[in-house]
Design a protein around this ligand. Structure first.
Ligand code: TNX
Length: 513
């Protein structure tokens, strides 16, 4: 009923945006440099996409990127634009290349130069070309985002020079699939949308007190019991290993790395409810559907626990190409400090055995077993958090309140929690990683969508959009280039584009007044 009410609200809340087109297309996240010339490139049914790399392998990879672009263009233009492997593009074409790319562009930087004759996208790596394609799409009229053929549109790209690369290497989105389970298609859709804003990490919170969401073949009880349930009651669900691989591959096609999380030693009631021997009394706990935290723990001084962790890590490591594995480590109030210290060290050793580096919420950095190769995800952002990470030289991902996209926008927002305060779009934009933690090796920013109150696909859209756009700009655009009024203006210009993508966003009055 909440979902239904909301979707009605959303539709009626979207203002009429029949307004003059912006003088230049609005791009999210804002590029490092963007100069508009005069004239324009016209995309027609005879346009082709040329691709050429520095090696045959790179050309093959660029060919796939070209096909992604061609598919998107063809869907709304109705053209049959094709991709051609050649470093000799004809006039009137789009040219995607790594030839002439340079090291300063890194993995993700690109130059996008548009003249009336050609759209040329040059990057050091195919990944940079993929990021640049997201910008190219945003230079075209908003109708390009429609999922059906739109006729009568002049498909123009204003002549311009864009030179761009990210400020932070890690720009993540976390989805909690434990409190509420989301089917593969729903997850894929969010990955695709996020990729359009140059997100490059997708963190899946795969287990918590209320549910275990990934098949572990050596421990079938986790699915038999632990996957069945969710906050507020309901069926829950899980991903088979094949489905997890499908998500990983789908993300990889978009140059997004999936980072799996098994939250330990707290947030483990679903595991304790599945496997009797993990409990001190040898009895399975009851599944829980409430939202309390801090009551569950694995037994830190029992080898049975580490056999379990070994099984889980081994099986997930085998299907997860990411060098990282998130071990959780948050809110372990039912674990003593010394047990916590010991547990994090033991799990870090198991991860190392399977070739994975540990990512953990604070205070996992405080464990004596955490190494400089571990990564801290700092969510508290207080003066005392992250001090061990800094001392050890660990990389730090910041997720302060401004990136807690499970918070309400306003007191009257129907969805969301409020323990960290309200987070409207302006607050989501007003995030400076160095203000979360100073003097640290900041890896990047991650937006978190915990799902205690988030049940449907529309609910996800509503909580993520437009706030995710605010967060991604923090991760991508230099702080000195960022400005709320400019962001707000671009966001208003994006309204029809968001609608065309089918995103059921919240028309936050701080933007759309
Ligand atoms: C705290 S922040 C949690 C999650 C909750 C979230 C709700 C953190 C690492 N843990 O278990 O879902 O708050 O906002």
């Amino acid at each position: 009923a909440i979902a239904l009410l909301l979707s009605v609200n959303i539709i009626s809340a979207i203002p009429n945006v029949a307004k003059a087109a912006a003088s230049q297309p609005s791009i999210f996240p804002k590029p490092v440099s963007y100069t508009v010339g005069t004239g324009q490139f016209l995309l027609t049914k005879t346009t082709s996409i040329y691709v050429a790399g520095n090696s045959a392998g790179e050309t093959d990879e660029l060919f796939k990127n070209g096909q992604v672009l061609a598919n998107k263009l063809n869907t709304s233009t109705g053209y049959r634009i094709s991709v051609i492997k050649s470093n000799n593009p004809t006039a009137g074409s789009i040219y995607l290349t790594t030839i002439g790319g340079n090291d300063a562009q890194g993995n993700e930087g690109y130059d996008l130069n548009t003249t009336s004759d050609q759209v040329k996208l040059t990057a050091n790596k195919p990944e940079g070309v993929f990021r640049g394609i997201q910008t190219l799409m945003q230079l075209l009229p908003a109708d390009i985002e429609k999922n059906k053929i739109v006729s009568g549109v002049q498909w123009v790209i204003p002549n311009s020079n864009i030179s761009d690369k990210p400020t932070y290497e890690y720009r993540g989105l976390m989805l909690d699939v434990a409190r509420h389970f989301f089917p593969v298609d729903v997850v894929k859709r969010q990955i695709d949308l996020a990729s359009q804003y140059k997100i490059n990490k997708f963190h899946m919170h795969l287990s918590d007190d209320q549910g275990w969401r990934i098949e572990i073949k050596s421990r079938p009880e986790l699915i038999e019991y632990g996957s069945k349930g969710q906050v507020g009651g309901g069926p829950g669900g899980y991903y088979t290993q094949e489905q997890f691989k499908e998500i990983v591959n789908y993300a990889a096609e978009r140059y997004i790395e999936v980072i799996p999380e098994i939250d330990m030693p707290g947030h483990t009631n679903a595991a304790l409810a599945s496997i009797a021997e993990l409990n001190p009394d040898g009895k399975r706990k009851a599944m829980r559907t409430d939202t309390a935290v801090g009551y569950s723990t694995l037994m830190a001084r029992s080898e049975i626990t580490y056999q379990f962790v070994d099984d889980v890590v081994r099986e997930i490591a085998a299907i997860s190409p990411s060098p990282y594995f998130h071990l959780g480590g948050d809110e372990s109030s039912a674990t003593t400090a010394s047990d916590y210290d010991y547990f994090i060290g033991r799990v870090t050793t198991i991860l190392d055995k399977y070739g994975k580096k540990a990512v953990g919420w604070d205070p996992s950095d405080t464990s004596s077993g955490t190494t400089k190769d571990s990564i801290l995800q700092d969510w508290n952002c207080t003066a005392s958090t992250g001090t061990s990470a800094k001392a050890k030289g660990m990389k730090v991902i910041v997720s302060p309140a401004n990136a807690y996209l499970d918070m309400k926008y306003y007191n009257n927002t129907a969805l969301g929690l409020s323990w960290r305060g309200n987070v409207n779009t302006s607050k989501a934009y007003d995030l400076n990683p160095t203000a979360c933690i100073s003097g640290a090796n900041i890896y990047g920013v991650e937006s978190t969508l915990w799902s205690e109150t988030v049940v449907t696909q529309d609910n996800i859209d509503y909580m993520l959009y437009p706030r995710l756009l605010a967060n991604v700009e923090v991760g991508w655009t230099p702080q000195s280039n960022r400005n709320w009024d400019d962001f707000k203006g671009r966001l208003i210009d994006q309204t029809s584009r968001l609608q065309n993508k089918g995103i059921k966003f919240f028309a936050d009055p701080v933007v759309w007044t």
